[in-house]
Write a protein that binds this ligand. Sequence first.
Ligand code: SF4
Length: 413
Amino acid sequence: MGDHRHVVEELKHNPPRLIISHGMGVDTGAMTHRLLEEPDLIGIPPSQWLVVTAMTGHEIQRTGELMQEFALPMFQQHGVRYAQISRACQDGGYAVLSPTLHPTEMVMTGPWTLGHELTAVGTVPQVTGAKTCSYRSKRQPIEWFLDDVLGAAPYVHLMGYSVEEGKRIAEDRLHTKGGRRTPRHPLAEWTWDRAEAAGYIHHTLGVEWIRSACGFCCYANIGRGINELIHRWTIDPHAAAEALIYEQRALGINANAALFANRTAHDIAREHRLDAARELAEHHLAKARWALYEVRRLYWATGPTTPGGPAGKGPVWRAISKLASGTRDAMHQALTLTADASDARMEIDKHGFPRAWTLPKGDTYPTCESMLAISLDDISDKARDTFEERWFEHTDLAPLRPRQRQLELFPAA
Ligand code: SF4
C-alpha cells in the first residue's frame, strides 16, 4: 500500500471549502446523503466538498460493503472528492490509502491500525476516561491531514452528531482553530436523532445501514447498543472473534480489562450463542504463541476520599516484561514452576486466568503489586524510564527477569 502524496498535492492545488468527517455509520451517512440530495441546505456546491474517513482497521465487513455499494457511487455521481486515510504509525502522521479522490474501492485498513496499539499494550478500548482510541485513530490523523491540505484556508467542517449528542456538539463548537474552522452539525440543526437518520436512509436507499464501530468497541454495549452489537457480531463472526481475542489478551494480564466494564465479550458471546465467533476465537487462541509475563504495578495515592481518611487510589504505573514464550500449555507449566520457585501465591482469577502473586497489592496507597501471568505472545515489554527508581522507593522486591537465567525455570518451548 503506497502513501499517495499526489492526492494531497491535488487538494492543495484546489482546496475544498467544506469538509465532511464521514464515520461510515448511520449518522454521517444520512447527513451526507441528504445534503447531496438538497445541497441548498448547506449552500456550498458538492464539487467544493471533501469527504474524509480515517480508518481504524477494525470495522466490520458490512460497513465497507455499504460504503462501496451506496456511498461511493453517490460521491462519483455528484463529483464529491473522498479521501480515505489512516494514522501512519504509532508516532503519528497520516497515510492516504486510495490513489484517487474518486475511488471505486473502499480501503478499510491502513499501515497502522488501532489493533497494533492495543496489542502492544495488551489492552482493549476503555469506557472510562477520554476516548483515546478514537482520538488517536480518527481525530488526530484527520486533523493532521486537514492542516496539511488546507494550510491557513478557512473551511466549514460538518460533523454527523445527532441531536442527542449535545455534549459532543458543544465541545466541537469550541474547536475553531483560531476562526479558520467553522463547525456545523446539520443533523442537530434538523433535530434528527439516530432513528430519524436510519429511517431516512432506509426510505431513500432501501437499506438498513448499520452503526459503524470497531468490532471490539467498548461503547457498543451501552443502552440500546446491545442489540446492534449482537447483530454486528452475528453477521460478522470474524469481527466478533477478534473482539474475543483482544479481550483474552487483555484479561490475561489484567482481570479488570473486561471489554464492557462489568461484562466480558465472552459472557455476551456465550449468552447470545455466538458459537461461530467463539469457535474462531478458540481456534486462534489454541494455535497462537503464548508468553509468561511479569506484571508489576505501582499505585500512587491521591488525597483522602473522606475528610481525615486514608489516601485514595491515584494513577497506576505498569511495568511488563516477557519471561518466556511457547504454547499455551507450556506457559501454564512455566507459570506453575516459576510460582513454586518464587514462593508465589497461585490463584485462578474470576475469568479463569491463572496468576502467581509474588507481591500482592497492599491495602493502603501508595502500594505495589507484582504477579506472573500468561497471555498472547505479542505484548511489548514496557515501563516508564523512572519506573524502577520509583518502584524501589516502595518495595525491595527485585524484578524476576534478571534472575531468570540463574533459575533455569522454563521448559523448552
Ligand atoms: S469505534 Fe469504539 S473502539 Fe473504535 S475508535 Fe471509536 S470508540 Fe474506539
